[in-house]
Design a protein around this ligand. Structure first.
Ligand SMILES: NC(=O)c1ccc[n+]([C@@H]2O[C@H](COP(=O)([O-])OP(=O)(O)OC[C@H]3O[C@@H](n4cnc5c(N)ncnc54)[C@H](OP(=O)(O)O)[C@@H]3O)[C@@H](O)[C@H]2O)c1
Length: 277
């Protein structure tokens, strides 16, 4: 099968990633190109990826490759990068979406979990982007969505490492976009607020009960809104995307408020954990 487009999605086994796969397939269908498309779905849960691949092939007739990979493992990433380096096509999209968080104070964070967060949230998108970029620059049109977070703009107690990792993603995206300004590659940092995916369950530490920060529910955005907004933004070559009006307004406030005010707000914010003495 001749392949016009290649779509690579990390973290495609659940949440935003799985919905991205369906929405991009629908977009390519509207363009009349879906049957000449190849999707590469990456995550650890190969069974879930295979179920999604079956759905996509049945509904859209596209080729779907399932590449199981633990992005926190440097040897697994090295093998993945070797395969990604061989992908070329006329239209390319890379969605660096895989990620995880860790709710709780840094003093009691597990070092192994910190390492995994660094590797999955920062190292993997950097290495994957570096590997695929030459082919993307050669393509007729290419798109990169880096899934950051509203947390990218804010230092958050009890979420210190995660927020810092997303600040890295957003900053990396902005600089990359400037470097690629004269190319046909669009780069967008997607900065969602909270959404109902598996993210919260994964981020919760073992033995800790489900404790919601008050007012957090108000911030929730639907998964579909996040994904559709992200796709619209990258196709329109927007540098950042804050999905939904409320998240856009919070983002606007956070980016324009003085640091002293943000420190004051964050220091009086209800905490998930009892602060260390
Ligand atoms: N949901 C929110 O509230 C929210 C808000 C802002 C930003 N985000 C960001 O959105 C992105 C997607 O998260 P989500 O909300 O959709 O959560 P999710 O449902 O937990 O999905 C996370 C995805 O990342 C994959 N992943 C995690 N660790 C991995 C590893 N070591 N190797 C390979 N894949 C791995 C998971 O697949 P496997 O477990 O199968 O490996 C899964 O497909 C993340 O970058 C997250 O930081 C989420």
């Amino acid at each position: 099968m001749s392949c016009f487009s290649t779509v690579v999605i990390t973290g495609a086994s659940s949440g935003f990633g799985a919905v991205f796969a369906r929405r991009v397939a629908q977009y390519l269908q509207r363009c009349g190109r879906v049957q000449e498309s190849r999707f590469v779905l990456i995550a650890r849960s190969v069974d879930k990826l295979q179920a999604l691949a079956g759905e996509l092939t049945a509904e859209f007739g596209c080729e779907v490759l399932v590449w199981g990979c633990d992005l926190a493992s440097s040897s697994a990433r090295a093998e993945l990068l070797g395969r990604l380096a061989e992908l070329e096509s006329e239209w390319m999209m890379l969605i660096n979406n895989a990620g995880l968080g860790d709710y709780g104070e840094f003093i009691s964070a597990e070092p192994e979990r910190n390492r995994r967060m660094i590797e999955v949230n920062m190292t993997a998108p950097v290495e994957i982007t570096r590997t695929m970029l030459p082919a993307m620059v050669k393509a007729g049109r290419a798109y990169i969505i880096n899934v950051a977070s509203l947390a990218a703009d804010l230092a958050i107690p009890d979420f210190a490492m995660y927020a810092a990792s997303k600040a890295f993603v957003a900053s990396f995206s902005e600089a990359l976009r400037l470097e690629l300004a004269k190319s046909r590659v669009h780069v967008t940092a997607l900065c969602p607020g909270p959404s109902h995916t598996n993210f919260g369950d994964v981020a919760r530490r073992t033995g800790k009960s489900k404790k919601e920060v008050p007012f957090r529910k108000w911030f929730y955005t639907s998964i579909d809104c996040v994904v559709k907004s992200g796709l619209r933004a990258v196709l329109a070559n927007k540098p950042r995307c804050y999905p939904s009006l409320k998240i856009r307004l919070v983002g606007l406030f956070v980016r324009n408020a003085p640091l002293w005010l943000l420190r004051l707000i964050m220091s009086s914010r209800p905490r998930r954990a009892v602060p260390a003495e």
